[in-house]
Design a protein around this ligand. Structure first.
Ligand SMILES: Nc1ncnc2c1ncn2[C@@H]1O[C@H](COP(=O)(O)OP(=O)(O)O)[C@@H](O)[C@H]1O
Ligand SMILES: [Mg+2]
Length: 420
């Protein structure tokens, strides 16, 4: 049997909310308001979260392991342990070889350094010599693409998340790491780049590099990774051949959520108030018949003028396929972004198939993401799948069928062939 590249033994990880957790914006965004409130009241007893609980598994050298699970399940925490960015509260994490990482946007790169400097920094972290990195620099820049090449001398904090990701992936793919930890990269970036990343990842596998791949794109996980682990609230809920784990995960479904209120962030220029799924009658509903139309509703407040304010709502099925993604800017041409309270509604015709969906939304400007809620609501469409489980939309298109000829009598009489 091959040697294990990664061994995780009885690992648990606890976070104390409000504890200092580094410079990365994501958590302070998510918890901003509530943490501050909690801190104001009771600084001594910080609430704790067990991101991982009693997790054990091994990944053999040269294997690709997929990690799936809902938001907050502990996937990113697991990768941060594998890459030794953070330490377990209890248990042991062992890795063999050099660990490269491509974590969520917001980690891995130093925001103040330029693209070029970050490439060298990452090489140094992997123990490569400057000349070794220099040899591969052109290849990295080539892979990252023309937009990034133009901004190699710019601090990466000025990069869009797409550019950041391109460079991060290029770096991770071309430097010498024995273990690659890849977190949700496919969530950002266009289809073309995603295809390129997946292709590159299958080549890592051929080169015998070990991969741990977190993605909500379940078909990508099933394609790339023979084995997968399913995390649920910090615990392992499934482990085994990817396709089986993915099927179990999809079958487990979700608990529908019809309406959500968000805690206010008084210091933010734009803050979300609530999101809801509504029936045609206007009631908040979390499950409805697939042949009924419904409305997605978003309320938010704009405190400071936002140039080119935009928002988008999207729906994903449980296989991670985005079945709907509609931005305001696609239909609104008027000037957008004056301060005030907004209610935005979009009607969805009854075209989606039976199943569970996750609804998320984004609010931002041409330059910035101001609010990003990946999993705001959960919706169930009920009814008869009519045995066609692979389709994504059910448009109910009518066939036009015409009998264009009757059987020709002569053709019928032609049997058997007349003898000469
Ligand atoms: N640095 C941190 N400080 C406090 N809580 C954290 C921190 N990192 C993760 N968590 C919490 O741990 C849980 C698991 O998070 P995460 O590993 O990011 O999940 P996933 O990547 O599956 O969405 C969540 O409840 C999250 O809020
Ligand atoms: Mg994550």
């Amino acid at each position: 049997m091959a040697e294990a590249a990664i061994q995780i033994e009885d690992v648990s990880k606890r976070y104390l909310l409000g504890e200092h957790h580094g410079a990365h914006g994501t958590l302070s965004d998510a918890f901003g308001g509530s943490v501050r409130r909690l801190l104001g009241r009771e600084p001594a007893h910080l609430p704790e979260i067990w991101s991982l609980r009693d997790v054990s598994f091994e990944v053999e050298t040269g294997q690709a392991l997929g990690v799936i699970g809902r938001n907050g399940a502990g996937k990113s925490t697991l990768l941060k342990l594998v890459t030794h960015i953070t330490e377990p509260t209890s248990g042991v994490v062992r890795t063999r070889g050099r660990v490269g990482s491509l974590l969520e946007v917001g980690t891995g790169f130093h925001p103040e350094l330029t693209g070029r400097e970050n490439v060298y920094l990452n090489g140094a972290i992997l123990g490569m010599r400057r000349s070794e990195v220099a040899q591969r620099f052109d290849e990295i820049a080539e892979f990252a693409g023309p937009q990034v090449r133009r901004f190699l001398e710019t601090p990466v904090k000025r990069y869009s998340s797409g550019m950041y990701l391109r460079l991060a992936f290029a770096v991770a793919a071309h430097l010498d790491a024995d273990i690659m930890a890849v977190d949700e990269v496919l969530a950002v970036g266009d289809a073309e780049f995603q295809r390129k990343c997946l292709g590159k990842m299958s080549s890592f596998e051929r080169e015998g590099r070990t991969i741990v791949f977190v993605s909500h794109d379940l078909s990508a996980v099933a394609k790339l990774c023979p084995t997968a682990v399913w995390l649920d609230a910090g615990r392992i809920r499934g482990y085994g051949p990817s396709r089986e784990v993915v099927d179990d995960y999809v079958a487990a479904g979700i608990t529908p959520t019809a309406e959500r209120e968000f805690s206010d962030r008084p210091d933010a220029p734009v803050a979300a108030r609530s999101a809801a799924v509504r029936s045609a009658a206007g009631n908040a509903v979390a499950s409805l018949a697939r042949d009924e139309p419904f409305t997605l509703e978003l309320r938010f407040v704009v405190r400071e003028r936002v140039a080119d304010l935009d928002f988008a709502v999207f729906m994903e099925n449980l296989r991670g396929v985005r079945v709907l993604d509609e931005a305001w800017s696609e239909t609104a041409v008027l000037e957008r972004g004056a301060p005030g309270e907004y209610v935005a509604r979009i009607s969805v015709p009854p075209v989606l198939v039976v199943g569970d969906y996750v609804v998320g939304f984004w609010v931002g400007s041409a330059y910035d993401t101001l609010i990003y809620e990946e999993e705001a609501l959960r919706l169930r469409l009920e009814g008869d799948a009519k045995g066609r489980r692979n389709r994504i939309v059910q448009l109910g298109l009518a066939w036009e069928v015409e009998r264009v000829a009757e059987p020709r009598p002569s053709a019928r009489r032609a049997e058997p062939l007349p003898r000469p």
